[in-house]
Design a protein around this ligand. Structure first.
Ligand code: SF4
Length: 202
């Protein structure tokens, strides 16, 4: 079976997943594209369920502005990059503010879907967005230690380059203030120069 058909079949199964009792469906998936690039977010927010796509609200607007600044529109990004996440359902609100961070069990449970996608897509470049996504692949003490760097990693036997980005959430000021602002610029410069990214530019 062709890879895109396999990805579609994977997403059909994923969409039916209800393994985490505290998670709020629907399961949010991106477009079923075979891509050199895999983006990994944290988890959808409360608006993504109605809108039916990842990064559909304010954090997405910020993130797509970053990508637009290096030559790729939101539409082209969605059509050509596989958009994944650590967890695919809305975790609910945190009573203290913001969205609840998925717990260890939920992350572990949902990792089967992400691992299946890595296997299917065989990406060359992985872009984890935010500390939770980055920390699935390397220890992250502080974001300043990892943003603005490109690493070579072996994930489940797949050799990839990883270029972490900060979370574009409106609740975070990290990417708007020094040194985060400059490190984000550095990361976007590295991304703009990457051969997998250049292939997205028409
Ligand atoms: S978060 Fe992931 S594992 Fe949990 S119910 Fe949603 S899709 Fe399934």
């Amino acid at each position: 079976m062709k890879t895109v058909k396999l990805i579609q079949a994977h997403q059909e199964n994923l969409s039916k997943c209800r393994l985490c009792p505290k998670m709020i469906p629907p399961v949010i998936v991106g477009q079923p594209v075979k891509s050199d690039i895999l983006l990994i977010g944290q988890a959808p927010g409360d608006k993504e369920g109605d809108l039916g796509r990842p990064f559909a609200w304010t954090a997405g607007k910020t993130m797509f502005k970053w990508f637009d600044s290096i030559g790729v529109s939101e539409q082209d990004f969605r059509a050509n990059v596989y958009m994944s996440a650590v967890c695919r359902c809305f975790p609910g609100k945190n009573p203290k503010g913001g969205d609840r961070v998925p717990d260890k069990t939920e992350i572990e449970t949902c990792s089967q879907w992400l691992n299946a996608e890595l296997e299917l897509i065989q990406p060359k470049l992985v872009i984890p967005v935010g500390k939770l996504a980055i920390s699935q692949y390397m220890p992250v003490n502080k974001l300043v230690d990892v943003i603005g760097k490109k690493m070579k990693l072996d994930i489940n036997g797949i050799a990839v380059e990883m270029l972490p980005l900060p979370h574009p959430s409106g609740a975070s000021t990290w990417h708007r203030m020094s040194p985060g602002k400059e490190l984000l610029e550095q990361a976007l410069n590295l991304l703009a120069k990457h051969k997998s990214w250049k292939k997205l530019i028409k």
